[in-house]
Design a protein around this ligand. Structure first.
Ligand code: AMP
Length: 393
């Protein structure tokens, strides 16, 4: 049975076509610049890459072109082969503790909570509507980045602010990257052949979050009301003192949303290093003796270690630390430095095993007090699995 995982943004649509339950990737691709000049697509299948500029005025057109190309390229023989479409939705506030079968009522509700993720949810809604228009009878499932974190306790998700901000405006920690953290927990469950373990999942890519997981349930996570909170990221600041905002607004004559934009796009590794948001470039610059790069790398590592240490205490110990996403899967130096800073907890990294990229690998020594793993992220597969659950019901 074929299932498509969709990650739609306001002008893009990323897809992965799976054969389920086999979990086999048949094709992947990306439609970009939808509704803009120079719109194009790329489809990868069977070791080939097809790319073309094509006018895409809307998400619906992108979906039509996608299905047409899948047939022309003989990746599928007819649209009827696609039985389910799973959509990544960044924000589900506290209304969605799990994935959901999308109907008109849910779509209406998603419109209602759009303001919680104005940069992300509207794109997802466009993607959902486009598939509903082109494939009206196919099962459509929403998979929320926030859902996995809905097991956090009130004392964890509340901020120390007036309680009515929570009651009246929904001000609380929601957490993100939940689909990825859940995938890491499930992969560790398969590897360890049990589910009663304490896991600190480190999703560190351009965005990044750490998640404390006990018995397969999220206990705490580093992102907050928005994905701006937590560790320092590629271009996002992570946690800062909020009083900085009005102070810099006055200094630079900017408004609040311009400063938030700076905190999202011009801060983090890029802002501090004034060099690059890419950790590969940063590590290279460190090796060339660039002092600001060294400072930035140290700060980046420090913030991750801070959260791991915090969650170690919260979980009352940990069985596993797992690294995932671009940096976690590939950056040997950053992983080593994080693990070395955790040596006081008894973490011991195996330097040879750590020479790995993009594959499942245990990178701690046998006598390490906490097992450390690299697990490649696969949110697309997780979305396909969630979609499959509804087909089986
Ligand atoms: P993501 O947002 O998950 O795509 O992660 C982006 C980050 O992953 C960037 O900082 C890259 O430096 C890092 N990254 C991706 N691929 C590699 C690689 N092959 N080696 C080292 N770092 C990588």
């Amino acid at each position: 049975m074929k299932i498509v995982s969709i990650n739609a943004g306001s002008s893009s649509l990323k897809f992965s076509l799976f054969e389920m339950k086999e979990e086999e990737v048949i094709a992947t691709g990306l439609f970009e610049r939808i509704g803009m000049d120079g719109s194009c697509y790329q489809i990868k299948y069977n070791g080939q890459v097809i790319q073309e500029e094509v006018e895409l005025l809307s998400h619906t057109e992108a979906v039509k072109v996608l299905l047409d190309k899948l047939i022309v390229l003989e990746i599928i023989h007819s649209m009827d082969e696609i039985k389910g479409v799973g959509h990544r939705i960044v924000h589900g506030v506290d209304r969605y503790q799990d994935s959901v079968l999308i109907n008109d009522k849910i779509l209406h509700d998603l419109e209602d909570i759009k303001s919680f993720a104005p940069l992300h949810n509207p794109g997802a809604i466009m993607g959902i509507k486009a598939f509903k228009e082109v494939l009206p009878d196919v099962v459509s499932v929403g998979v929320f980045d926030t859902a996995f974190h809905q097991t956090m306790k009130e004392e964890t998700f509340l901020y120390g602010v007036p309680y009515r901000w929570y009651q009246d405006y929904g001000v609380r920690k929601y957490g993100f990257h939940g689909t990825s953290h859940k995938y890491i927990a499930l992969t560790m469950k398969d590897l360890l052949k049990k589910d009663n373990f304490k896991l600190i999942s480190c999703h560190i890519g351009n965005g990044g979050s750490i998640c404390a997981i006990d018995n397969m349930k999220c206990v705490d996570t580093s992102m907050g009301f928005t994905p701006l909170a937590g560790i320092m990221m590629g271009t996002r600041s992570g946690d800062v003192d909020p009083s900085i905002i009005p102070y810099v607004m006055e200094k630079e004559g900017k408004n609040a949303s311009e400063i938030i934009d700076d905190l999202n796009k011009n801060s983090g590794v890029l802002g501090l290093s004034e060099y690059s948001n890419d950790l590969r470039d940063l590590v290279d610059a460190c090796n060339e003796g660039n002092e600001r790069a060294i400072l930035t790398k140290n700060k980046y590592v420090r913030r991750i270690v801070d959260y791991i240490a915090q969650y170690y205490v919260l979980l009352n110990g940990a069985d596993v630390i797992a690294f995932t996403a671009g940096v976690g899967e590939n950056n040997i130096v950053i992983r080593r430095e994080i693990c070395e800073k955790l040596s006081c907890l008894g973490v011991k990294i195996d330097l040879d095993k750590n020479q790995t990229r993009g594959e499942i690998q245990k990178i701690s020594t046998d006598d390490s007090s906490i097992a450390v793993y690299v697990i490649p992220a696969n949110e697309e597969l997780m979305i396909a699995r969630e979609t499959l659950k509804f087909m089986n019901r």
